[in-house]
Design a protein around this ligand. Structure first.
Ligand SMILES: Nc1nc2c(ncn2[C@@H]2O[C@H](COP(=O)(O)OP(=O)(O)OP(=O)(O)O)[C@@H](O)[C@H]2O)c(=O)[nH]1
Ligand SMILES: [Mg+2]
Length: 245
């Protein structure tokens, strides 16, 4: 439950995002209407990302040499001081100017997590394979965990710091984002969405290995079901989340 925003820690993982990161952080710095800190967790980029972040006066830079999207986010969150954490990619694909929507909704609905969904984007800019993969994963997640999400693979989320500290996350790469949803569902934490748009990557390469990540994500979803406690909690979670919508 999040009834007040004291400080927002924006955590941004980057690996060779020199053409994207400055626009992302300056937009967040200008647009975010709540007290904030911006933390960039870089995986030792070689394209100038580190220098660009250092040149800004308002970003805290952490170098995390260990590989993995989840590893980077975990390191950033460990260093976050805010009662709310916003995670978002530094790759220019998310409309970061929508950041206040997530926080406003978090307060309004007293939610534990608010995700920005890209599934209602009128421009349908997401790649076909990513769209289909996301839909299948999201259907399985919603079905098995009694949730109502439309974009489980969104990496743009506002999260209660207290809640994320209570769940233990083990995934080091892209499945980290799904493991977070599975563990939040198990705890009965509320997760809701606000709409955003999607922009195709203009600079750099994707680090997403579709096949490897797909297997890890499904593994995470099905492993979570082995916990018998989940079955008992499902009805309770469904009721709570349905009425929060
Ligand atoms: N620090 C760090 N950041 C990473 C690592 N892998 C990916 N990232 C960053 O995490 C974010 C997500 O990675 P992306 O390559 O955008 O993956 P994606 O969002 O699934 O794929 P596209 O947006 O479609 O390209 C980006 O900002 C990356 O730069 C890593 O090993 N270390
Ligand atoms: Mg991305």
């Amino acid at each position: 439950m999040t009834s007040k925003v004291e400080l927002v820690s924006v955590v941004i993982p980057t690996l060779n995002e020199a053409g994207n990161i400055l626009d992302a952080v300056t937009t967040i710095y200008k647009e975010l209407e709540y007290p904030k800190e911006i933390i960039v967790v870089d995986g030792n980029s070689t394209d100038g990302t580190i220098e660009i972040v250092k040149d800004t006066s308002f970003c805290k830079l952490i170098i995390e040499p260990r590989r993995g999207y989840g590893v980077a986010l975990k390191t950033g969150m460990k260093n976050a001081k805010g009662n709310i954490i916003v995670m978002v990619d530094g790759d220019g694909t998310y409309e970061v100017k929508h950041i206040n929507r997530l926080l406003d909704m978090m307060i309004q609905k007293d939610a534990d997590m608010v995700l920005a969904t890209r599934m209602y984007d009128p421009n349908k800019a997401m790649g076909f394979m990513n769209f289909v993969g996301n839909k299948v994963i999201t259907f399985c997640f919603d079905f098995f965990y009694s949730q109502f999400l439309s974009d489980t693979q969104s990496g743009f989320r506002a999260i209660s710091h207290e809640a994320i500290d209570k769940v233990k996350l083990n995934e080091g790469d892209m499945a980290y984002a799904t493991e977070m949803l599975v563990k939040f569902a198990k705890e009965g934490y509320s997760m809701i969405e606000v709409p955003t748009t999607y922009k195709a990557r203009k600079y750099g390469k994707t680090k997403l290995k579709k096949f490897k990540s797909g297997i890890e994500i499904f593994n995470t979803i099905f492993r979570g079901l082995l916990d018998a406690d989940m079955v008992r909690k499902n009805e309770e979670v469904w009721q709570k989340n349905w009425f929060k919508r």
